[in-house]
Design a protein around this ligand. Structure first.
Ligand code: PEP
Ligand code: MN
Length: 339
């Protein structure tokens, strides 16, 4: 932390700051300029009492951290890419995986038909929501436990591991019993008890970025999972809320580049929730590959016009086939292998 004192602070007030810094376990180093004094505080901010509260002292003008708050997820902590094993699929490193499936598990036929189709076209994991975090309480809320049973059937029929969302800490045990990867959705991106319990399940976790989440907040949410003993985290950028209304959210590819640089975790892109429009999925997916993403999460439905949620953004199986065909050479150009 760097503490800048107000111009002309008298010696006793400088000393008061020095004493407070020592009390919190840091070593204060004074830099005395012509007009003002700066106190550089040496010590690991992540393990000590925060100095930020010193801003309340009248002689303190600013208190600025110089260290990132996250540690376990950072490249400084681990230089090599984390590779996560999901039922034999290696996520991260030099592979590129596509998680595909419907927004919601609606019924047996729709679920099995989609799982078989996405597998045939090259998806390596199957997604589908049994618990749906809908904006309106009047919209389809998901099949819940019955949906999990259908996901198990889809896995048995195709061999594809299951990615499905857990919305509540109370449901972690039940969802983890079915899921190969637990998804934590954008609306729950900072639900600390959920992050902690999901981590404790020992399952890999696909962590979406919050709807208006800062990159720092996203990475600190991942840090929570790691702090609870689980470093199998897949970060997923799914678009953020901006002023733009031409599409549902704004896909923040810069965040993918930053997350790849700052962390050792695999980073996926969800163009479906970013765009909210089926016609934008392929171009955004191409861009995701080019920016260095490690995989995609894409919504696919046998008949999007009848979907119970997110119909406008789901690809038909034929459109999904086209997406996969277009991705293959791009993935290779990026030095990765599909699946
Ligand atoms: C989803 O994946 O179906 C979903 C609800 O995503 P998000 O949390 O990104 O809105
Ligand atoms: Mn959806």
């Amino acid at each position: 932390m760097i503490i800048v004192l107000r111009i002309g602070s008298p010696e006793p007030e400088i000393q008061q700051v020095v004493d407070a810094v020592k009390k919190f376990g840091y070593e204060p180093k004074l830099i005395r300029g012509v007009e003002r004094t700066v106190v550089a505080c040496v010590g690991d901010e992540r393990n000590h009492h925060t100095l930020e509260s010193l801003i309340v002292l009248p002689q303190v003008e600013t208190v600025t951290p110089v260290q990132k708050k996250y540690k376990l997820v950072s490249r400084q902590f681990q230089r090599h890419d984390t590779v996560i094993d999901v039922a034999g699929r290696k996520i991260g490193g030099n592979s590129f995986h596509v998680v595909a499936g419907p927004c919601s598990v609606e019924n047996r036929e729709q679920t099995l038909e989609t799982a078989k189709a996405v597998k045939a076209y090259g998806a390596t994991l199957f997604r589908g929501g049994a618990f749906k975090p809908r904006t309106s309480p009047y919209d389809f809320q998901g099949l819940g436990r019955a949906g999990l049973e259908l996901l198990k059937e889809a896995r048995a029929a195709t061999g594809l591991p299951i990615v499905t969302e857990v919305m509540s800490p109370m449901d972690v045990e039940m969802v983890a019993e079915c899921a190969d990867v637990l998804q934590i959705g954008a609306r729950n991106a900072q639900n600390i008890p959920l992050l902690a319990l999901a981590a404790a399940s020992g399952k890999p976790i696909l962590l979406k970025r919050g709807i208006s989440g800062l990159v720092d907040e996203w990475l600190l949410a991942a840090e929570y999972i790691c702090v609870h003993g689980n470093n199998q985290v897949i970060l997923c950028e799914r678009g953020i809320r901006t002023f733009e209304q031409a599409y549902r959210n704004t896909l923040d590819l810069s965040a993918v580049a930053v997350a790849k640089k700052e962390t050792h975790l695999p980073v996926f892109v969800d163009p479906s929730h970013a765009a909210g429009r089926a016609d934008m999925i392929i171009p955004l997916a191409r861009a995701a590959v080019a920016v260095g993403a490690d995989g995609l999460l894409v919504e696919v439905h046998p008949d999007p016009a009848t979907a119970l949620s997110d119909g406008g953004q789901q690809l038909t199986p034929a459109q999904f086939a086209q997406l996969m065909a277009e991705l293959k050479p791009l993935v290779e150009v990026m030095g990765k292998k599909l699946g």
